[in-house]
Design a binder for this molecule. Structure first.
Ligand code: PMP
Length: 277
């Protein structure tokens, strides 16, 4: 079953108009929300980020928080999802193709769920650097993901697990993740500004680090600082806290998961919802 606007219907009965601006212009925003033991992780944070992204591109969301919460929970229940995620997108709506905003278009909402085969965090991975060619509003979770898709595909072709973006010398984020590094037991990540998406996982990690007495610094760092760091990891809703042990052929630290990363992985997991709690 899927959610189309405010109705839960079977996927086979759903149709998207070819003049949907999400389809033609990537004119919309989205969220991916993790489900653990049938419960959402950080649902409120995702809702607030969706509201912000929509506002930044002048879309009025056609639901409030209560309706959103009710509908997404209903969908998870109907699909009997245990561990997986919910994808939701909101486009500006349907109108004859023309760049200016249509005067009469209702936003189109689509949501569906995916069940995971395994709940395991992906194993330590390897990444490559790539120039960040994206636009200057990466803080908006927009449907336009071409820059991200091209970078991810290139990293995959070259046998890497992630592409780490840099603007000149400055490391921004991964193609679908945030990037952290640890140097002398201090945790660094790019500040949440227009150059990165402020990840829900990123925020949870920063809170977990602070609660664990780890010093956190939200400050841009360079490619060479990253290569000389003790530990690197990436974070996202789907990959959680994933160690990166090599970047563009350079080993990071000891070439295995570092102590701070291991601690944060453990602390992060402690914060995940459990059906019996
Ligand atoms: N940056 C980018 C570019 C992403 O696509 C994602 C995943 N959507 C993230 C960071 C991580 O965000 P989150 O932790 O909310 O999944």
């Amino acid at each position: 079953m899927i959610l189309l606007n405010d109705e839960i219907i079977s996927k086979e009965n759903a149709s998207i108009n070819i003049e949907d601006r999400g389809y033609q212009f990537g004119d919309g925003v989205y969220e991916v929300i993790r489900i653990y033991d049938g419960c959402f992780f950080e649902l409120e944070g995702h809702f607030e980020r969706l509201v912000r992204s929509a506002k930044e591109i002048h879309i009025d969301l056609p639901f409030d928080q209560a309706t959103f919460t009710k509908k997404v929970n209903e969908l998870v229940e109907r699909n009997n999802v245990s561990n997986g995620h919910l994808y939701m997108q909101v486009s500006r709506g349907v109108a004859p193709r023309n760049h200016p905003f249509p005067s009469k278009a209702e936003p189109v909402v689509v949501a569906y769920t995916k069940e995971y085969e395994s709940n395991e965090t992906p194993p330590p991975g390897k990444a490559m650097f790539t120039e960040d060619i994206r636009w200057l509003r990466c803080d908006i979770k927009s449907l336009n993901l071409l820059g991200n898709v091209l970078a991810k595909e290139e990293s995959k072709k070259q046998g890497f697990d992630e592409a780490i973006f840099h603007r000149g010398e400055i490391v921004t984020e991964g193609s679908s993740t945030n990037v952290f590094m640890v140097k002398d037991s201090v945790l660094y990540t790019h500040p949440a500004n227009q150059f990165i998406l402020d990840g829900i996982t990123r925020r949870a990690i920063l809170r977990a680090a602070e609660d664990s007495g780890i010093t956190t610094v939200e400050k841009a760092f360079s490619k060479s600082q990253l290569l000389e760091s003790d530990e690197v990891f990436i974070s996202s809703t789907t990959q959680e806290v994933r160690p990166i042990i090599e970047v563009s052929g350079n080993q990071i630290g000891s070439g295995t998961m570092g102590d701070v990363t291991a601690l944060l992985q453990k602390e992060f997991k402690k914060r995940l919802p459990k059906a019996d709690s």
